[in-house]
Design a protein around this ligand. Structure first.
Ligand SMILES: *Cc1c(COP(=O)(O)O)cnc(C)c1O
Length: 413
């Protein structure tokens, strides 16, 4: 039926060599996840109770005191910030995102700013940028110094935001060491840092107070889900600010667990996160997907994707206007393959080639993260059996013969 609906809506199904991106549908769910969601749809449950129990299961896998399912990692960042600002104070929760007079500053290393820090500001926080970007531009060797963090911390500090990346600079340990001395929570955006599986626990082990993961990327849960995990008091604050609280304090008893411990008798009205509600089907789906992710043979999944990249390499040997480089293997992550575009001989740059691939039937998407260097990257995370042949055919068509693409492409591009 789903396939039919896409057809009825005149939607093309796209081949995803671009990575697990929200705008392309995140990732694809397994049949067992869908089956669990179907079952979840068949009964009424208490959502606060479901979040509490599901969170306890998730927390076992993340090695944290507590966890909840959020409406994506970005929502988790907003809720984490709201929790850091309001803590257990129901009256403060009620005022968010108006943070006048509150400790509302979130310190962030300049080189850690991303488009997602809008999610932090959405809670009413003010970002305080520190440090320089010497490494980013190759001007120097230093990362953030401990004294720079110390100097920024003051009575208005609510949290320190940290964007996790492959090389983790400056080290999370260095940031946490200072934060701990001042009792400031560190919030880690680890949305896309899976796999490796170990990263589910790593940032908490290194001292983060809260960690956000995307549920709709490598975990392959429902696309609109995420995880917020970490310190129980902060996760409880995040949860109470997200739930539907059109309840009577006279009759509602918070479920046993983190809510009963931290909010036994006082509840805000609908909180800042009310618009980020997560449905029962998605909560259940994420738990099942996470259990699958934790149990899966990742080495085998990586090897299978590597094989697809090898097939593409073989099928595109001797491209006229491009060349494949060696497969890039990254420890514990999905491999990728760079395609160098010979813009001079083709008469089209990497951006134009990407556009042409997206006009292929079916449309093919490659990662554009190195397009500025004349390289399109096949990110294997979202590849499926058969995609190798389609991508190779599209590449041969676009990069194989100069005459064809120039006459076919020029007027359309
Ligand atoms: C994808 C991503 C997010 C957002 O995750 P969603 O689950 O889509 O909300 C946040 N931060 C980073 C670094 C990401 O890559």
């Amino acid at each position: 039926m789903g396939a039919d609906l896409y057809h009825r809506l005149s939607l093309a199904k796209r081949v995803n060599g671009a990575g697990l991106l929200t705008r392309l549908g995140g990732s694809l769910m397994e049949a067992e996840t869908l089956e669990a969601m179907r079952e979840a749809a068949g009964a009424f449950v208490d959502i606060a109770e479901l979040q509490t129990r599901a969170g306890a299961l998730i927390a076992r896998h993340t090695g944290t005191e507590a966890a909840i399912v959020t409406g994506g990692a970005a929502a988790a960042l907003t809720l984490a910030t709201a929790a850091a600002i309001a803590r257990a104070d129901v009256a403060l929760m009620e005022r968010l995102p108006d943070t006048d007079g509150m400790a509302n500053e979130v310190i962030i290393h300049r080189a850690h700013r991303t488009g997602y820090d809008h999610a932090i500001r959405a809670a009413g926080a003010r970002l305080v940028e520190i440090g320089l970007n010497d490494r980013g531009v190759g001007a120097g060797v230093r990362d953030l110094e401990a004294w720079e963090i110390e100097a920024a911390i003051g009575p208005k500090t609510a949290a320190i935001a940290y964007t996790a990346s492959q090389d983790l600079r400056p080290s999370l340990g260095r940031v946490v060491a200072v934060a701990d001395r001042f009792k400031v929570p560190v919030i880690v955006d680890a949305a896309a840092q899976l796999p490796p599986k170990e990263n589910l626990r790593r940032f908490i082990e290194e001292g983060a107070a809260l960690v956000a993961f995307s549920g709709g990327k490598a975990i392959r849960g429902p696309q609109g889900t995420g995880i917020l995990c970490g310190r129980e008091d902060l996760v409880a604050s995040a949860l109470i600010q997200m739930l539907d609280l059109d309840i009577l304090p006279e009759t509602w008893v918070p479920p046993e667990g983190l809510l009963a411990r931290h909010f036994p008798d006082r509840f805000p009205h609908h909180g800042l996160g009310r618009g980020f509600k997560v449905d029962k089907e998605s909560i259940v789906g994420l738990v099942v997907a996470l259990e699958r992710f934790v149990a899966c043979d990742l080495a085998a999944e990586i090897a299978a994707r590597r094989k697809l990249l090898e097939n593409i390499m073989r099928a595109t040997a001797g491209l006229e206007h491009g060349r494949t480089h060696a497969i890039r293997d990254i420890d514990g992550r999905y491999p990728s393959l760079d395609i160098g575009i010979d813009a001079a001989s083709l008469g089209l740059d990497a951006y134009a080639v990407s556009r042409a691939l997206q006009r292929h039937d079916p449309p093919v998407h490659l990662s554009e993260r190195r397009a500025w260097q004349g390289v399109l990257v096949i990110d294997s995370a979202g590849l499926r059996e058969g995609d190798d042949e389609i991508i190779a055919a599209a590449l041969r068509r676009v990069l194989g013969t100069k005459a064809k693409i120039r006459s076919g492409a020029k007027e359309k591009i």
